[in-house]
Every structure is written in structure tokens, then in C-alpha cells.
Design a protein around this ligand. Structure first.
Ligand code: SF4
Length: 82
């Protein structure tokens, strides 16, 4: 999963673009739900939020390292729930 750091300027660009609805406003800045983030695996070649973020504050979450296979499985699980 990806994460949003406290460099976030709350510009609102990433939230509507997340295909997994994993991004929401947190207490002080935007946050990513790691249970929903597939790093855009299943949707796009690159993580959309990280590409769009004007201040490049969306790195990989070091506490949530996943393989491409695990991300693909998460995508399929989330899609089945819809
Ligand atoms: Fe914050 Fe970047 Fe998202 Fe803008 S695009 S709300 S700066 S994380």
C-alpha cells in the first residue's frame, strides 16, 4: 500500500482519482486506507495518486509492503465485494 505523508497540502487532487476509494481526509491531511490500496494494481500501470500529487508526498508505506501477487489478490477481493 501507499501512504500520504505530512507534506500533504490538502489540494484534493488525489482523492477523486483513486479507483479503490482508498483516500479520504484525515485529521490534518489526506490518508490512504491500506486495506483498500492496491497501488493501482488491477487498474493502472502506475499508482495514480502518486503520479498526480503536486508535492510528491505519496511513497510506499513501509509498514505495508506487498508483492504484486498480493496486490492483485487484494484487487480481486475488493472487486468481488462490489
Ligand atoms: Fe495531499 Fe498530494 Fe493528495 Fe494533494 S495529491 S491531497 S498534496 S496527497
Amino acid at each position: 500500500a501507499l501512504m500520504i505523508t505530512d507534506d500533504c497540502i490538502n489540494c484534493d487532487v488525489c482523492e477523486p482519482e483513486c479507483p479503490n476509494d482508498a483516500i479520504s481526509m484525515g485529521a490534518e491531511f489526506y490518508q490512504i486506507d491500506p486495506h483498500k490500496c492496491t497501488e493501482c494494481v488491477g487498474h493502472f500501470d502506475e499508482p495514480t495518486c502518486a503520479v498526480l500529487c503536486p508535492v510528491a508526498c505519496i511513497p510506499l508505506n513501509p509498514a505495508w509492503r506487498e508483492t504484486r501477487e498480493e496486490l492483485q489478490a487484494k484487487f480481486e477481493r475488493l472487486t468481488a465485494e462490489k
